[in-house]
Design a protein around this ligand. Sequence first.
Ligand SMILES: Nc1ncnc2c1ncn2[C@@H]1O[C@H](COP(=O)(O)OP(=O)(O)OP(=O)(O)O)[C@@H](O)[C@H]1O
Ligand SMILES: [Mg+2]
Length: 365
Amino acid sequence: MASLTLRGIVRDYGTLRVIHGIDLDVAEGEFVVFVGPSGCGKSTLLRMIAGLDRPSGGDILIDGVRVNERSAAERGLAMVFQSYALYPHMTVRQNLAFGLENQRMPRAEIDRRIAEAARMLQIEHLLARKPGQLSGGQRQRVAIGRTVTREPGIFLFDEPLSNLDAELRVQMRVELSELHQRLGATMIYVTHDQTEAMTMADRIVVLRAGRLEQAGAPLDLYNNPANRFVAGFIGSPRMNFLNATVTEAGPGGVRVRVGDLPEIALAGIAGAASGETAVLGVRPEHLGFVDAGGLPGTVDLVEHMGGESYVYMTLGDGERITVRRPGQTALRSGEAVQAAVTAEGIAHLFRSGEGEPAYPRVGAA
Ligand SMILES: Nc1ncnc2c1ncn2[C@@H]1O[C@H](COP(=O)(O)OP(=O)(O)OP(=O)(O)O)[C@@H](O)[C@H]1O
Ligand SMILES: [Mg+2]
């Protein structure tokens, strides 16, 4: 297993800068997920780590050694792409063996690695088949098997599950996490799916427009997002954002007003001044309904998930919010309700700009 360090990585295409100086340390055995919207530079970054593309500036270190000038083959990494790129005319076994044969690895060692990878990924019974005779999930397992047989220092995955249907994605997500646990391998995984990021990562790296917005354990990002962008990206359904004015700021917290709705007291928020415009952020699961004293509005739509319910509502001033309640609800479209932050719920306060730092929470973990 290997560690990885990125120092000031920049990538320019002509005069266009798409990666703006990324610094990151990935520890041996860590599962790091790069997440961010389309075009933010996830694949570009991964390809530079893999050695398929070169940074315009900065250093890439593997186990503390600079590898900028090393070819992909010399870096000891293995990459799985979104398109699995299996050789259609070869059997699964031949696909798994191909890269190793090219390295002139002894036959016995090749057979040992294939047997081990096939057992781990439960594709032993498929070894004689060709890719055309496999399901999407089976093909994906073969593609992953090909990286496993290489025994790389670092596994690199670029949206490997995006071609699979929802159920298979969940299954493969669990399998990949288990593979990581079994191998104790260093893995870097790219996705734009925040659920995959939350469930698989030891640490999530949130990227936006070629910049690192925040890196941390999934629940750190969920509980203490550094800014509104991260807050909106992590968590599903996404956090509610309401334009607010700070009406009172004291050592214990602030009071804010949303439109002409009743004022809301927020404990434990520092750094705001009375009169400032800000954005109140509350996750759908931190809202509930009250009989009086909440934000009044009307139910637009209820989604019944069975185990929980999503209530989409419009507040009196026209802003739309989502409330997520455990269990089932009898609420219906058109009903008048009042939403409020629950006793155990958390309200965040952000500066107006999407990338500006959140107001600090005093006493937050
Ligand atoms: N060869 C190129 N020439 C110019 N711009 C490029 C080139 N390749 C990528 N880009 C730009 O670099 C940016 C990052 O692209 P990249 O493929 O890394 O995004 P991504 O985060 O992987 O997105 P997605 O989720 O859609 O795969 C994009 O704005 C893209 O248009
Ligand atoms: Mg990409």
